[in-house]
Ligand binder design. Structure first.
Ligand SMILES: Cc1cc2nc3c(=O)[nH]c(=O)nc-3n(C[C@H](O)[C@H](O)[C@H](O)COP(=O)(O)O)c2cc1C
Length: 345
């Protein structure tokens, strides 16, 4: 079955859910243009999710995707927190921040029974997960709503695992991708490979439709992914400058600058590896830190630095999430961008 048929969409183009830089407006624009718009819920309260879902329902009758993280919340470690704050101490001093007053990370909430109750009210046609899948009973609840279920695989092994759990399609997330790696069966980053290495290997190993993600920035990239066996594509970075995205001014400026050519995987901002444009804190401390608190607890310690720096117009402590290919970013309406991406199909 084609991805279009499976998901009820006209174009096999999924706007990647991107927590922190977009809400319902971008999702609505892409869904109304014939692609699949996505609402990222990882950083939203249940009330905020309800408002956003109501906004989507009011503004489109096309299918849309609701996305959740499904990590296991870690036990806080006082020792790791202290070591990490000690590493950040010179920056706290530079910015006049009282380190003692900084709360432990608010973080991101994983998919929960309360979130499943909310989905009951809105019956989203598609639900996607990052970092694996929720528990079997929660997954069964999502399936019972009639939603098609997607999740990201970063290795052939993860794709096989997701197929065995009964997902409807697999997102092959190559190493080029912006934002968090969906990696969940291992923590070994040497297992992570590029989109055009990963995609054909997953296509060969599973029977499900495979959606290519990572580094796709124009119609030729979309066509190339389809030529390698993708049933569709999931595109994030390319949408970041659209007026419907809520991407901050410092993030937009970085994406438009030469700096966007230099990205790296970093765990400094959340505790899990994610790809972003290299900035001051990544350069000075190194992008991967062994003492950084586990995801999502690392968010707390860096938050006041980020806020102070941003108030001065600096992205030195901001997660500037971006894939390796920001060359397709354009400040044009998301509907136009979606149609441009689909032009070669
Ligand atoms: C700013 C940003 C935020 C992201 N947030 C999420 C998220 O909340 N949930 C998710 O499943 N994927 C997230 N991703 C990853 C995307 O799903 C996708 O894998 C990636 O955007 C594809 O690579 P590209 O950015 O090169 O197009 C994010 C990506 C970016 C760039």
């Amino acid at each position: 079955m084609t991805l279009q048929r499976l998901l009820g969409i006209e174009l096999p183009i999924i706007q990647a859910p991107m927590a922190g830089v977009q809400g319902s407006a971008l999702a609505v624009a892409v869904s109304n243009a014939g692609g699949l718009g996505s609402l990222p819920c990882a950083m939203l309260s249940l009330d905020a999710i309800r408002k956003e879902l109501a906004a989507i329902k009011a503004r489109t009758d096309k299918p849309f995707n609701v996305n959740f993280f499904c990590h296991a919340p870690p036990a806080p470690s006082g020792e790791r927190e202290a070591t990490w704050r000690a590493a950040l101490a010179p920056y706290y001093e530079e910015y006049g921040i009282d380190a003692v007053a900084i709360p432990v990370g608010p973080g991101r909430a994983p998919f929960s029974a309360a979130a499943a109750d909310l989905l009951d009210e809105f019956k989203p046609p598609v639900v996607s997960f990052h970092f694996g899948l929720p528990s079997a009973d929660l997954l069964a609840r999502v399936r019972a709503l009639g939603a098609k279920i997607l999740s990201s695989a970063t290795t052939v092994e993860e794709a096989r695992w997701l197929e065995a759990q009964g997902v409807d399609a697999i997102i092959a997330q190559g190493l080029e991708a912006g934002g968090h790696r969906g990696i969940f069966l291992s923590e070994d980053l040497s297992t992570q490979i590029g989109t055009f290495a990963l995609l054909p290997q997953i296509v060969r190993e599973v029977k499900l439709p495979v959606i290519a993600a990572g580094g796709i920035a124009d119609a030729k990239g979309v066509a190339a992914a389809m030529a390698l066996g993708a049933a569709g594509v999931q595109i994030g970075t390319t949408y970041l400058l659209c007026p419907e995205a809520t991407t901050s001014a410092v993030h937009r400026a970085a994406l438009k600058s030469e700096a966007a050519r230099n990205t790296a995987l970093t765990n400094l901002f959340t505790g899990r590896p994610a790809r972003g444009i290299v900035n001051r804190v990544m350069r000075e401390l190194g992008p991967i830190g062994a003492a950084v608190p586990a995801f999502p607890l690392a968010v707390g310690a860096i938050a006041p630095l980020r806020a102070k720096a941003e108030s001065r117009g600096s992205g030195d402590f901001t997660p500037l999430w971006s894939g390796q290919n920001a060359s397709g970013c354009k400040a044009v309406p998301a509907a136009d961008l979606t149609r441009e991406l689909a032009a070669g199909l």
